[in-house]
Design a protein around this ligand. Structure first.
Ligand code: SAM
Length: 236
């Protein structure tokens, strides 16, 4: 946790907050901080700055805070992520939040197991938890938007064209296509397949919608690795 992310409900006065739970535990166990120490803080979807510890007990942490800095610039990236298994979903959401993606669409695909859509990790609360972990890692405050699209074809045919306006679509697929571009300036919509990969029909539908097929070489990467490696390369 490189930043304590604050919620409006944490405020006990205009410039002071009171934290319990995970943040308190982290400050006690990892930072091993003391009264008078300064910690990096940020308010969700708002500015960042510093907090001076005014009180620290086993029950609560209180800080006087000053929020003066803007969060880092978001990536010009929308990710279409074929819904991975819960363990990988958690890590992928964290990585994407850390990297600065601000729109993530969890998409159905032929090789997504139906049971994944029933996972408790898809609840708003659980998704929020993973995004917060990612933002705290990166020192960012801007929460990504996460959208669930449970039907591939209606999404690609009806909603994707609008989403694609003015953007460059890239579908990551280990077979065919061209080398993943790097250091690009355009806004990107990046599609990442499920653990079994997109089926040819899905790649073709995305190509019809204007996507280019790209690869990162012959090594097959796990979903969470592919997301990170491709994003890093695109926006290096
Ligand atoms: N057997 C699957 C296939 O051949 O498509 C492997 C799927 S891989 C575990 C999951 C997703 O990560 C892929 O659908 C793709 O989007 C992305 N990916 C993994 N390795 C990649 C590579 N070398 N180039 C491009 N995309 C890759």
């Amino acid at each position: 946790m490189n930043l304590l992310l604050l919620n409006p409900s944490d405020f006990i006065s205009e410039n002071s907050v009171r934290l319990t739970g995970r943040a308190l535990k982290h400050v006690l166990d990892v930072h091993r901080a003391q009264e008078g120490d300064t910690l990096r803080v940020g308010l969700v979807n708002d500015r960042m700055g510093e907090g001076i510890i005014t009180s620290l007990t086993e029950e609560a942490l209180e800080l006087d805070i000053t929020l003066t800095e803007q969060p880092p610039k978001p990536l010009s990236l929308t990710v279409l992520l074929a819904l991975p298994r819960p363990k990988m979903l958690k890590r992928s959401l964290q990585h994407l939040a850390t990297l600065g993606a601000k729109k993530i669409i969890l998409l159905n695909s032929y090789r997504v197991e139906k049971s994944f859509w029933q996972s408790p990790w898809l609840s708003e609360e659980k998704i929020h938890e993973q995004l917060i972990l990612g933002l705290e890692q990166a020192r960012d405050t801007l929460l990504p938007e996460v959208i669930l699209e449970k039907r591939f074809k209606p999404f690609v045919e009806d909603r994707l064209p609008e989403l694609m306006e003015g953007k460059r679509g890239l579908v990551a697929h280990p077979v065919g296509g061209s080398q993943c571009p790097h250091q690009i300036e355009e806004e990107v919509v990046l599609a990442i397949g499920p653990e079994g990969g997109f089926i040819p029909y899905e790649v073709e539908k995305l190509e019809e919608a204007g996507f280019e097929r790209i690869h990162l070489g012959s090594r097959i990467l796990r979903v969470e690795t592919a997301v990170t490696a491709i994003t890093s390369k695109l926006f290096d």
